[in-house]
Every structure is written in structure tokens, then in C-alpha cells.
Design a protein around this ligand. Structure first.
Ligand code: SF4
Length: 379
């Protein structure tokens, strides 16, 4: 697998984060008459996707959900198209959406054709249920005519029967074989605007499936752990699965699947990227877990600082360390851009390891925000 540090640096991301070389696909959409695009692969910033949970044919409800996801930071939103009325609603959903819309198609290739007609930015097909090869080819030809990318979205729960029979259960080789079979169909049609996903509900198998793909192809990869669970378990599974691959430079766009309000998918997705310093520039809050040496109420400080940072949406790429005592705190805080070390109701503030002030516990959050706001002037 070829890694390109240069590409990641060109994309304005943190250095020393080499990424797998991948081709690029472009998702085009129009907002208020203005043409926009989101690029996936080829060194583009890693995009965060989510999916609506309401009925697509309820256009006002669907658009309200899409706007909520976009406001939370979703770069791309997928909608389900299980019924004719959902396919009929796509044009209105596309027209009213602030972000590119992906149509999620299972079983009925006609809905994929209708989605392309409606102007969606990408179509996801499930190789396990798209049906006859000639139907798939018809979708590919229509997508090619319109310059719309297709995601080959393999899922461990819906593999083709012959592949499942061959491998016995959805092992990584089975997901890989399904994806590559359909990549070949695309390539025979001269269609290369392809994104691939091989989602598995087993995190370990998910990681192995993507590694097989990353070693074999240079198509951009959409990462996700399928059916990862509730807000309690899902972020952990997704962070392990998506995070392990991203740490290896694999992955071009991500979706965290949660059985919870989908705004959480977007927030967790950005947090995964931020944790690896792969996301958009922003303030990364680090906090000690506290222990018997704690000298104050660190949890409240962390809550206040996180809330204030989230509210302001800073685009300054800073690490802010919040530490609970004067034993390890100063040392840890010194390693961050901005540090706080608690001590008997007061706290020292550090900038690049140098003490720049002392404040009372109740003033810490305001002081941190003030330092972040003035950072450009003084850094
Ligand atoms: S910084 Fe201090 S309070 Fe926090 S975990 Fe370390 S020793 Fe404990």
C-alpha cells in the first residue's frame, strides 16, 4: 500500500499522518444556485457522513433532519430509498439539502436509476441484493453518463449466497471477494468513479476486511462498523474499527453507525478524526482521569471548557490539557499548547510549558477561552 504524506499535508492536515494513496471521486451538489463539491480520496480531507432515520418521503421532516446533521458537521448525508414514494421524493430532498445526498439502494435497481435522475451526488448499492448483472450494468451506465460516483457497499449481513456458501460465514475474505467482484463489473463497464465499503458488525473482521481491500485496490474507502450499537457501545466499537484503520492511513470517508439520534454519529465521527489529528483544525481537549492527588473539581472544569470550546467552534489547531494536580499536572500540561494544572482551589495556566497566569477555579474556563481567542496574536 502506497502512503502519501505529501497528499495529507497538501490537504492542510497535521503532518506525520501518512495516508494510503487513493483515487479521488467528486460528489457534486448545488446550494442556492451555487455549485459545490465534496471530494473523497486522493488526499482530500476525510469526510464525515451520517444517515437520516426518518422516512425519506416525508420531505420536510427529512430535510429538517439533514439540516440538523449538516449543522452538527456532516459533510454528506445518506437517505434510505425502500419505497416508490421515497424515490419520488428524492428530487425535492436533493433540492433542499445543504450537503450532498447519497441514495441508499437495496433490492430495486430502478430506484437507483430514479435517484440518478433526481440528481443525487452518489448512489450506494449493495452487491448482495442489487440483482441481475444487467441491472447493475444499467445503473453504472446511467451513473457514468451523469458523472455520479457509486459506492459498492458490502455488508456482512447481506452477502451474495454463493460467496457465503464458499466461505461458510462472513469472514473478511468473503466481504473482500464480494467487493472485488463488483469492482470488476464496474471496470468492465469502464466505470471507475467507485468508493468501496466492507462493513462488518464484528470489529476485528471489519478491520481485516478493509486491510485486504487497501492492499489490493486504490479506490477510496468508506469506513464503518455496521450495527455497532447504542450510544454506550457504538462509539467504542466505531473508534476501534475506524480509528485503527485511519491510524494506518486507511480510509477516505467515515460513518459511525449508532442506534441513537444520528447527530451523535457526526459528533463521534469528528471526535475520532480529532483524536488522530486527522480532522478539521480545532481545539482538542485532553483531561487527566483524576486520582487521589486531585486538588479541585476537575470534572466541572472539563465540562465547562468542552462546552465553551464546542460552542465557539474554534478553528485553531490546539491541544488544551486540563490536569488535576501539581504533581504530574505541570509536566503534562507543559506538553500541550495550552495547559491547566489545578492546585488547592486555584490553577496555573501554561502556554507551551511556561506559566502565564494563575486563576481561581471558577475562572478557569473563561481564562482558557480567552487564551484561545488571543492565541494568534500571541503565539
Ligand atoms: S494529573 Fe494529578 S490528579 Fe490527574 S491523574 Fe495525574 S496525578 Fe492524578
Amino acid at each position: 500500500m502506497e502512503l502519501s504524506t505529501e497528499e495529507s499535508q497538501q490537504a492542510g492536515q497535521a503532518p506525520q499522518r501518512p495516508r494510503r494513496h487513493s483515487r479521488q471521486v467528486v460528489l457534486r451538489h448545488t446550494v442556492d444556485g451555487e455549485e459545490r463539491e465534496v471530494r473523497i480520496g486522493g488526499g482530500a480531507p476525510i469526510s464525515v457522513q451520517s444517515m437520516t432515520t426518518g422516512k425519506t418521503h416525508d420531505v420536510p421532516g427529512c430535510l429538517a433532519e439533514i439540516r440538523g446533521l449538516a449543522e452538527a458537521g456532516a459533510d454528506v448525508v445518506r437517505v434510505a430509498v425502500p419505497r416508490p414514494e421515497d424515490a419520488d421524493a428524492l428530487a425535492a430532498v436533493v433540492a433542499g439539502s445543504p450537503v450532498p445526498i447519497v441514495a441508499d439502494i437495496h433490492f430495486n435497481y430502478q430506484y437507483a436509476l430514479q435517484a440518478l435522475e433526481a440528481g443525487v451526488a452518489k448512489v450506494r448499492i449493495n452487491p448482495g441484493n442489487i440483482g441481475k448483472p444487467e441491472w447493475e450494468r444499467e445503473v453504472l451506465r446511467a451513473a457514468k453518463d451523469r458523472g455520479v460516483p457509486i459506492r459498492i457497499g458490502v455488508n456482512s449481513g447481506s452477502l451474495e449466497k454463493d460467496i457465503l456458501d464458499k466461505w461458510g460465514f462472513p469472514r473478511p475474505e468473503a466481504l473482500f471477494e464480494s467487493a472485488m467482484r463488483h469492482v470488476e463489473v464496474c471496470e468492465r463497464e469502464g466505470f471507475e468513479d467507485v468508493v468501496i465499503s466492507v462493513k462488518h458488525s464484528d470489529v476485528y473482521f471489519m478491520i481485516q476486511s478493509y486491510r485486504l481491500l487497501a492492499a489490493e485496490t486504490d479506490y477510496p474507502l468508506h469506513l464503518g462498523v455496521t450495527e455497532s450499537g447504542s450510544l454506550k457501545t457504538g462509539p467504542i466499537k466505531s473508534s476501534i474499527g475506524i480509528g485503527s484503520l485511519l491510524a494506518d492511513g486507511i480510509g477516505d470517508t467515515i460513518r459511525v453507525s449508532l442506534a441513537a439520534d444520528s447527530v451523535n454519529e457526526v459528533l463521534v465521527g469528528h471526535q475520532i478524526l480529532k483524536s488522530l489529528r486527522l480532522g478539521r483544525p480545532g481545539v482538542n481537549v485532553i483531561a487527566c482521569p483524576t486520582c487521589g492527588r486531585l486538588a479541585g473539581d476537575l470534572f466541572s472544569v472539563v465540562d465547562e471548557v468542552e462546552e465553551a470550546v464546542a460552542k465557539r467552534g474554534f478553528e485553531k489547531d490546539l491541544n488544551v490539557a486540563l490536569m488535576g494536580c501539581a504533581v504530574n499536572g505541570p509536566g503534562e500540561a507543559a506538553g500541550a499548547d495550552l495547559g491547566v494544572s489545578l492546585g488547592r482551589g486555584r490553577a496555573h495556566l501554561f502556554k507551551h510549558g511556561k506559566i502565564v497566569g494563575t486563576v481561581d477555579q471558577g475562572e478557569i474556563a473563561d481564562a482558557v477561552i480567552d487564551l484561545i481567542e488571543r492565541w494568534d496574536d500571541e503565539a
